[in-house]
Design a binder for this molecule. Structure first.
Ligand SMILES: [Zn+2]
Length: 276
């Protein structure tokens, strides 16, 4: 999956650092990222943009190389560099750099939309001890936003329920998905989403894996569960256009490395390796 970047190693512990030669600079503007020219995704080194170094903030490291977020004014055209649409990066290579680009974008969106205190309107400042923004005036502390959400594989013995969205560009079959609402346990969310989206009851929840999904600032948690009682899925018609049972042998084989938790959970079911 996107975050499985081994043998590369990601380190996100909070540090206050200054850029040094070889470190990378992540510059975002209007849904785009500044990348090096070329087929493979790569980022400018801090030394390529010396004027940007002063306005950059340390985010994380990969294999000991530090990644800094540029937070200054709009950059002019730079030789050897080009702007790439973030929405196109999911298909870019290598995957570990896509992970770096999107994880940086998650933090960039958060910093970009939290410049002043929402309570008193004063400018926010950076904490020196943790990844947080602090209002020195009213004392509020804000942390990066991560929304918990579930990916739900409803099974019936040898069959898996796949769904298709009504109004999204993504037209392939997927699993049921939904955000955890305030006051809900994950078990409540799971029952509620399955009931709302396809009108079924479920039991025997089996946790599979989680996935940070920076495209939507989300932490996904994948569960398998069994349908209980009525088998006929009734898609809600608003969010979902279609919901169908597929037997293992009907699922198309996809043995490439899966980018998403959904893809991996469908493939694991096809191979009969899901938690029982
Ligand atoms: Zn305040």
């Amino acid at each position: 999956m996107l975050q499985d970047i081994a043998p590369h190693a990601y380190a996100v512990e909070f540090k206050e650092k200054s850029p040094k030669e070889g470190d990378r600079l992540l510059c975002y503007a209007g849904g785009r990222l500044l990348a090096k020219d070329g087929e493979e995704l790569d980022f400018p080194c801090v030394t390529d943009l010396p004027e940007a170094m002063e306005s950059s903030r340390y985010l994380f490291s990969i294999d000991g190389t530090a990644y800094f977020l540029y937070q200054g004014d709009a950059l002019s055209e730079q030789p050897g560099l080009c702007w790439r649409e973030l929405s196109d990066l999911r298909a870019a290579t290598p995957m570990w750099r896509v992970f770096a680009a999107m994880t940086g974008a998650h933090l960039w969106r958060w910093y970009d939309s939290h410049r002043v205190c929402g309570r008193c309107g004063k400018p926010l400042t950076h904490s020196h001890t943790e990844r947080a923004l602090v209002c020195r005036d009213c004392g509020i502390t804000l942390y990066p936003q991560i929304a918990p959400a579930l990916i739900i594989a409803v099974t019936d013995g040898d069959k898996l329920l796949l769904t298709r969205y009504a109004d999204r560009p993504y037209k392939r079959f997927a699993l049921i998905a939904g955000y955890n609402e305030i006051g809900e346990s994950l078990e409540d969310t799971l029952r509620q989403e399955v009931r709302e989206e396809v009108g079924l009851k479920v039991a025997n929840f089996r946790y599979y894996k989680s996935q940070p999904w920076p495209f939507t600032d989300t932490l996904l948690m994948g569960f398998y569960c069994d349908v209980e009682g009525e088998r006929e899925a009734r898609p809600d018609g608003q969010e979902l256009a279609e919901a169908r049972w597929f037997s293992r042998s009907e699922l198309p084989a996809d043995e490439r490395q899966s980018v998403s938790l959904t893809q991996e959970m469908i493939e694991v079911f096809r191979q009969g390796r899901e938690p029982r």
